[in-house]
Ligand binder design. Sequence first.
Ligand SMILES: NC(=O)c1ccc[n+]([C@@H]2O[C@H](COP(=O)([O-])OP(=O)(O)OC[C@H]3O[C@@H](n4cnc5c(N)ncnc54)[C@H](OP(=O)(O)O)[C@@H]3O)[C@@H](O)[C@H]2O)c1
Length: 310
Amino acid sequence: MRVFVAGGSGVLGRRLVPLLVARGHQVTATTTSADKLGALEALGARAVVMDGLDALSVGEAVAAAEPNVIVHQMTGISLAHAGKPDLKHFDRWSVPTIRLRTEGTDHLLAAAEASGVPHVVAQGYANWNGIREGGWVKTEDDPLDLHEGTAAYPAMAALRHVEDTVVKAGGAVLRYGGFYGPGATDDQLVLVRKRQFPLVGDGTGYASWIHLDDAATATALAVEQKAKGVFNIVDDEPAPESEWLPYLARCAGAKKPMRLPKWLARLLAGEVVVTMMTEGRGFSNAKAKRELGWEPRYPSWRQGFKEGLA
Ligand SMILES: NC(=O)c1ccc[n+]([C@@H]2O[C@H](COP(=O)([O-])OP(=O)(O)OC[C@H]3O[C@@H](n4cnc5c(N)ncnc54)[C@H](OP(=O)(O)O)[C@@H]3O)[C@@H](O)[C@H]2O)c1
């Protein structure tokens, strides 16, 4: 197939592009920076500069590639695009990603229609953002939590936009868990090693993780099978912060994380972080296994953290 990967230079794109090439596909991958074209070509892709927020740029890049499928992996969370991570002001820090998930998605869907591209696969999110009621583990039938009235709302609403529009267009949205693997947790590990990534309250909030290579495999399957609908792409073991964070610290050779009471964490890091760490909900991968035939190589973050950080 001819696959167009918008955001091919990101942490996931850099694992996905060579996998698609190895599976026999012809890949066009995008970046906003001409400096990265050589690195994308070295992964086996045809590389192009594209601004996902510019309808003309997107339309031209898609038309030139004549793809059978568009894969949307554009986010703006790196230092270069968003500045220093600022979870306290989640709404401000998320603006580049919010725009790529709203305007960027619309531009890709419009380009798909204009160029007759029949299928779109887009990045969603299933880390800690399941609806905060009932059990700790959610399926695709449970709604995501929009966190109305908080600083997380605009980013959550943007994810809803991706799901509504891409599914309506007959595509698939892959709700990835928290990424780990080459380059994906570098920022978090710096904080863990400095003991600046605390356990909040009793660390009861759940999260789902996924190794980048397992996320890439699921994406290749969704592309090849022309999947439709929403899929949670997470590992087999959603777990509370009180389990995964001390384990991550041990694997990274760091001291035990500090424990912060909720009121202090709220003051220092903001409400979104407290909610994430104490009330977050994780996700089930049963649908992706059943319908895509996907089997993660790292069924648990326990094995993945250990191998990746040893
Ligand atoms: N733990 C997690 O779940 C997780 C997940 C992802 C990332 N991270 C962290 O975030 C850091 C950055 O990761 P990243 O590079 O993948 O994220 P990113 O900077 O958000 O970039 C993702 C992709 O989107 C592209 N992009 C950004 N703005 C664009 C625009 N206006 N138009 C078109 N494409 C655009 C980027 O291209 P260019 O930058 O090449 O222009 C890149 O290909 C990593 O170092 C990692 O520590 C953590």
